[in-house]
Design a protein around this ligand. Structure first.
Ligand SMILES: [Zn+2]
Length: 123
């Protein structure tokens, strides 16, 4: 099931309740259409309305669709997937006693060190 979000005049997105999604898809199909070259445009500039499947395909492509042809600011989109969390870097305990991400650990003549201790441990 897709979740549709609508944007209010202040630019804030809100989730549409699932029970309204189907009716809203039909509305979007009626309020938007394709022009002569197949571009998605508001209905009054279109040669034919969108189909429900075209509405979903357009939204899934990341585009927004207008809720009403005369309202530039009222649009719908698919709710974006939550961003994957960036995994925390793996820390390694260097011989200098500092804990740094593995990629930053350096090998000096007297052992492994963090970048700050490298000069001291390289002699
Ligand atoms: Zn160190």
């Amino acid at each position: 099931m897709i979740t549709i979000q609508t944007q209010n005049c202040l630019g804030k997105w809100s989730d549409m309740p699932d029970e309204h999604t189907e009716a809203h898809l039909v509305r979007l199909a009626e309020e938007n259409g394709l022009d002569e070259v197949g571009a998605v445009v508001p209905r009054f500039r279109a040669v034919r309305p969108l189909t429900r499947d075209e509405v979903i395909a357009t939204l899934l492509s990341g585009r927004t669709l207008r809720n009403a042809p005369d309202d530039w600011y009222s649009v719908s989109r698919i709710k974006p997937a939550p961003r994957p969390e960036v995994p925390a870097p793996t820390l390694v305990l260097c011989d200098c006693g500092h804990r740094v991400p593995t990629a930053l650990a350096m090998r000096a003549s007297r052992g492994t060190t963090c970048p700050e201790c490298y000069d001291e441990w390289a002699n």
